[in-house]
Design a protein around this ligand. Structure first.
Ligand code: SAM
Ligand code: SF4
Length: 415
């Protein structure tokens, strides 16, 4: 029996691709091992969206060098956004790596037909399904379009077939993935929209829930908002990154909307989908961001009160417009201070939002166990834990919420 190990860092797309690779390796006779020293095949799935993710991948890879020396038969492969079309430099720096293959592509030593069909035999109750690869937007700070290429949608019928198959194998919730899911379908002959896909998926028997991310504020349509509001299986949860609260910064970021337009969109979403769970991303310390402009981001978070905010300090990425044309002139100390200010603010906001759920009965889909407790998510994407001896895996259960915190909730089964 041969063993494989996959190490993954980065976004949900990377996680989805690692899941697929795992299924593919299982199909071809490999068995997963958590310990890298037991593996015959090691894949590291990298992220280069920020410098520290790239550093962690480099560090991880360096650890494999002595392993390869001791056991030259081990296959070591690197995928994800670190890998470019021309990898001569990477090959020179890491000669002990056997293969480099681009994010979302077929591993070069595997039969492509097998890779195309790879689906997990026993998928998790909640499974990721990529629907559109790449991005056409070229936000000034972002390396994704350079590494994952231009937008390429998967045919609607292919996605529906795949979700039906996953459901027949045990999946109960799918999260449709794309860097900009609002662009889904524009490159296909029939030009289906994300709403069309949601309508088709909503009819699949035994599929309980559908999520999708990430939306782009410049592209999200009223039709999509109304579709989410009306389809009962579509979770009331929208990921809509603002990135900054200042119009000047949004302009240099090349985001394509103003704060006034963003605010209007959030209000529209909230009026169509009451109690929606809203997620945003913010970058602090973008080149030239002043204290006043940062304060506008503080004001935005204070006003719009998101359920989750992914916060990041600006990290120059080689090749991007910002790295080529702008000076990274906000000091590391200022970036850190701004990050901590927003972390504290957001923690207080979510503490208050979650406290209001205490005593309420909420439905969750049970996704698994962590530290002996069942856990799952609400439609609005809040993580909830509960204890019970019955096997609830993949079931929808109603919980009365007893304890709340900014990070998770705890409840009791409400019979
Ligand atoms: N497509 C999504 C969007 O338009 O917001 C997000 C995709 S991006 C890979 C994920 C997040 O990483 C972004 O929302 C942004 O906040 C963050 N990010 C991307 N590039 C960054 C950089 N150079 N420095 C810091 N954060 C960055
Ligand atoms: Fe990057 Fe902007 Fe595309 Fe998101 S929309 S992946 S931030 S270029």
């Amino acid at each position: 029996m041969l063993n494989y190990h996959i190490w993954t860092i980065g976004c949900q797309m990377n996680k989805a691709e690692s899941e697929r690779l795992g299924s593919l390796f299982e199909e071809t006779g490999y068995h997963y091992v958590p310990n890298v020293t037991d593996a015959d095949l090691i894949v590291i799935n990298t992220c280069v969206v920020r410098q520290n993710a790239e550093d962690r991948a480099v560090h991880k890879l360096q650890n494999f060098k002595p392993l390869k020396k001791a056991r030259p038969d081990i296959i070591i492969a690197v995928t994800g956004c670190w890998v470019e079309s021309n990898n001569d430099q990477l090959k020179k720096t890491f000669p002990f790596v056997d293969y480099f293959f681009k994010a979302g592509e077929c591993p070069p030593w595997v039969d492509r037909a097998k890779w195309l069909q790879a689906l997990p035999k026993e998928p998790q109750p909640a499974t990721y399904v990529p629907i559109i690869q790449g991005c056409n937007n070229f936000c000034a700070y972002c390396v994704v379009p350079y590494r994952r290429g231009r937008e390429k949608s998967r045919p609607l019928s292919e996605i529906v077939c795949e979700v039906k198959e996953l459901v027949s194998r045990g999946t109960r919730e799918v999260t449709l993935l794309g860097q900009n899911v609002d662009s889904y379908g524009h490159d296909l002959p029939e030009k289906p929209a994300l709403s069309d896909l949601l309508i088709e998926l909503n009819d699949i028997e035994d599929l309980y829930r559908i999520r999708f991310l990430t939306n782009h504020p410049k592209d999200m349509s009223l039709r999509l908002i109304k579709t989410v509001a009306h389809l009962e299986k579509v979770c009331k949860n929208i990921t809509l990154p603002a990135q900054a609260g200042s119009n000047e910064i949004l302009k240099v970021m090349r985001r394509g909307y103003t704060i006034e337009e963003y605010r209007r969109l959030v209000n529209e979403i909230r009026s169509e989908i009451p109690d929606v769970g809203l997620v945003s991303d913010i970058i602090v310390g973008f080149p030239s961001e002043t204290e006043i402009q940062f304060q506008q981001t503080v004001n935005l978070l204070t006003e719009l009160r998101f359920d989750t905010v992914h916060l990041a300090a600006y990290s120059p990425r080689p090749g991007t417009i910002a790295a080529r044309e702008m000076v990274d002139n906000v000091s590391a100390e200022d970036k850190k201070r701004r990050l901590i200010t927003l972390e504290n603010l957001q923690e207080n906001i979510v503490t208050e939002i979650n406290a209001k759920l205490k005593g309420k009965t909420i439905e969750i889909l049970v996704e698994g166990k962590q530290k002996g407790k069942w856990c799952g998510r609400t439609s609005t994407d809040k993580l909830v834990f509960f204890s019970d001896n019955v096997n609830y895996l993949g079931k929808l259960v109603n919980l009365r919420i007893d304890i709340t915190s900014p990070w998770s909730l705890q409840g009791t089964i409400n019979y």
